[in-house]
Every structure is written in C-alpha cells, then in structure tokens.
Design a binder for this molecule. Structure first.
Ligand code: SF4
Length: 231
C-alpha cells in the first residue's frame, strides 16, 4: 500500500523541520484546503508533475541510514493519503524517527496516524470561526480544532504553529487564538511570519506586512512554557 504514497518532492537534509533532529522531508502530494499564503501550491493537486516513485524514495533513505535521524512526512496534507501508515511503518523499520507535518484536515484520518509519529508539527490555521478566510473551505476550522484535540490526547510530542500574514490576521484575533490554545493545554507554540513572495494568492504578495508587534509577542510568551517566533 505504501507504494501508493504520492511524494511530490524531497528535501534531503534539514535541521529546521524536526527540532533537534537531522532529517529529510518528504512532501506528500495533495491537499483539500487552499490557504491563501500556501507556498507549496504545486503540492495541492492530487497528482504532481514531479512525483517521485516510492521505491526511489526508499533507495534514497537506505543510503541515508546512519546519517539522518528522522524522516518528516510533510505536504500537502500527508494524512489524506491512505498509504501513509504503511509508508511510516516502512521508514521506521529502517531505523528513522518519524516526524509529521499536518493541519488535521480530516480528523478521523489524522486520529488514525497521529500515534505513529514521534513528533508532530501541527498547523493551527486560525480561530475556528476565522479559518475559512484562510483556507477557503467551509468547516475547516471545526476540523482543524478537532484534530488538535486528537493531538493533545495522543501524548505524542508536538509543536503547534500558526502562519501569520497580516492581511489575514489582526493582533487582537491572534492573541485570542493564542489564549484559546493556552487554555486547551498547548505547551509549545510557534508563530511563523510569512516571508515568501510565492503564495497561492498572488494578491497577498503585494501587501506589506506590519512588522512591529513586540508587545503582542511579549503577551504570547506569558501564555506558553515555550513560545517561538520565526520569520
Ligand atoms: S493546508 Fe494550506 S498551507 Fe498546507 S498544503 Fe494545504 S493549502 Fe497549503
């Protein structure tokens, strides 16, 4: 079944995508949302123009045994692919730790695989009622937050992160989002400021982001044992 995993791209070495681990990243093809700031639009469609055969991916990983600590399944949205659990199993058998990047687009599918990972980088798009304005999909907020509950219930190590483009957020809403995450029990939260001009919605590239939010970041630091600001 894992031979059905559609991998749209691969980064052979990263220290950023799984904290503390030397990892490679497999970008799984396909996503059901359309986030306006998505910087991987080539991965959204169900089939990609640069897909890698799974056997080639495994051959690459064999050559990296002993050199890399972990493999991160990213996307796109990896949990939408039925072949993911078998692929994770194969990669773990090779001795790698497993990282997973997900927004929990389908909570039932996310719940099935979250326990197979050693670490999850989980995207919280926005407050539930605001998510549609980011993802373009009705109901995405409820799904996103239900999967967050699955993650917190799973006991798997994680980081929650929210990507911020100041056209889609304002500081009070972002603080409210952080407060709700803190109340939910989130311990590690990262803000990722959009820093690329390549986005699904080209209009966002034309809007200058605000940059000075020192007070907001100070308030957020008070809410979490670990707070990280990127970008
Ligand atoms: S969830 Fe959003 S940002 Fe992530 S791959 Fe899908 S469209 Fe892009």
């Amino acid at each position: 079944m894992s031979r059905m995993l559609r991998v749209g791209g691969l980064v052979p070495l990263t220290t950023l995508d799984y904290p503390g681990q030397l990892a490679c990243v497999l970008f799984c093809q396909g996503c059901a949302w359309r986030c306006r700031y998505c910087h991987n639009p080539d991965l959204i469609g169900p089939r990609g123009s640069a897909e890698l055969d799974w056997c080639r991916v495994l051959a690459f990983l064999q050559r990296r045994q002993g050199l890399l600590d972990a493999v991160v399944f990213s996307g796109g949205e990896p949990t939408l692919q039925e072949g993911l659990p078998a692929a994770i199993h194969e990669v773990r058998q090779m001795g790698f730790r497993i990282g997973l990047h997900s927004a929990g687009i389908k909570p039932a599918a996310f719940a099935k695989v979250v326990g197979l990972a050693d670490w999850v980088g989980f995207d919280v798009k926005a407050l539930p009622q605001d998510s549609e304005s980011v993802t373009g999909v009705a109901g995405s907020g409820a799904a996103n937050w239900r999967s967050l509950d699955h993650l917190l219930d799973s006991g798997v190590d994680y980081e929650c992160r929210t990507t911020v483009h100041w056209h889609l957020f304002d500081p009070p809403r972002l603080l409210e989002l952080a407060e709700q995450l803190s109340e939910r029990g989130v311990k590690r939260f990262a803000i990722q400021l959009v820093r690329t001009a390549r986005m699904l919605d080209p209009e966002l590239s034309l809007i200058s982001p605000q940059t000075r939010q020192a007070e907001l970041w100070a308030q957020m630091r008070e809410l979490f044992p670990e707070f990280i600001l990127r970008g």
